[in-house]
Design a protein around this ligand. Structure first.
Ligand code: PLP
Length: 287
């Protein structure tokens, strides 16, 4: 059975939903996206996702003709049209720069395409949360500063899917990007935290990483519950010697890590603090 896709103001049955082949998202990955989810119909952190999207649209000079309220309404309509208002839903918002006009620079005449996809969310394996996941270091070495690519959620996602494939090939669920100096940046589709002596650490946003919404929620939960958290440069050594490690993302939430490359982090999964954070996180999504 086909669902309905929102394209530029219209809800179109999936097998008829089309985008122009000269769209710059298709040609160059010149577009942005947000992936988020609902919990039993409650769309979690939609406003924060839209804020991140609109910040990137502005910084990257997209000619926007819609506002946050318009997208919020479109998301709700798409979820409703697909009969997903009561379940756990995977939602993807995509904005491309529009149809290519021949010049590569950001022409002020481009008209972005807005696409929204909503699907019922297939649950992650329970074992990920109770036994922890394995992560590997990607072979892709990234810079810690000086690129516009990583702080925006760009359609140009090739490094991420390449790293995910490396993880899959090696029997792991996530890959992390390191710098040449072995600093830990982020996962292919997640942010990374580690815990040492009851203190949480995560890399700062100055390090070419995505300002993850879930990362922010976790920091907020820590501040609210007097759990100590610090944003600082993290070395590979820090995470393999950590008491606990977890990754965060909007779709999966907080996921404990059992093993990094060949190093077992902990056999107690989830660790004490990770378990507490997972509980506090779940209490936020169950409104
Ligand atoms: N970092 C990268 C590279 C990602 O692609 C993602 C999400 O897909 C994240 C971090 C986590 O971000 P969020 O918590 O906003 O889902």
């Amino acid at each position: 059975m086909f669902g309905y896709i929102f394209i530029n103001g219209r809800l179109i049955i999936e097998n008829k939903a089309k985008i122009h082949v000269r769209d710059r998202g298709f040609l160059y990955g010149d577009g942005l996206f947000e992936t988020l989810r609902s919990y039993k119909g409650f769309i979690f952190m939609l406003d924060a996702h839209l804020q991140r999207l609109f910040h990137s649209l502005k910084v990257l000079k997209y000619n926007i003709y819609f506002d946050k309220e318009y997208i919020e309404d479109a998301v709700n309509k798409t979820v409703k049209k697909n009969n997903l208002s009561a379940g756990d839903t995977y939602i993807k918002i995509i904005v491309t720069r529009g149809i290519h006009r021949g010049e590569l620079h950001f022409d002020k005449y481009y008209k972005p395409n807005l696409i929204i996809i909503a699907d019922s969310l297939a649950p992650y394996p329970e074992d990920d949360y109770t036994k922890g996941i394995n992560i590997i270091s990607s072979s892709i070495i990234r810079q810690a500063i000086g690129s516009p690519i990583y702080s925006h959620k760009l359609l140009n996602y090739f490094e991420n899917i390449f790293a995910k494939d490396e993880a899959h090939y090696n029997g792991a669920q996530e890959a992390i990007f390191l710098t040449r100096d072995h600093l830990v940046l982020e996962g292919a589709s997640s942010n990374i935290f580690y815990i040492k002596r009851n203190m949480l650490y995560t890399p700062p946003l100055t390090q070419n990483i995505l300002p993850g919404i879930t990362r922010e929620v976790v920091i907020d939960i820590c501040n609210e519950n007097r759990i100590k958290v610090r944003q600082k440069k993290i070395h590979y050594r820090d995470i393999i010697e950590a008491d606990e490690v977890f990754k965060t993302s909007s779709v999966a939430g907080i996921v404990p890590v059992r093993k990094i490359d060949r190093f077992i982090i902990t056999r107690e999964i989830p660790g004490k603090i990770t378990a507490r954070l997972m509980k506090l996180y779940l209490s936020r999504v169950e409104l």
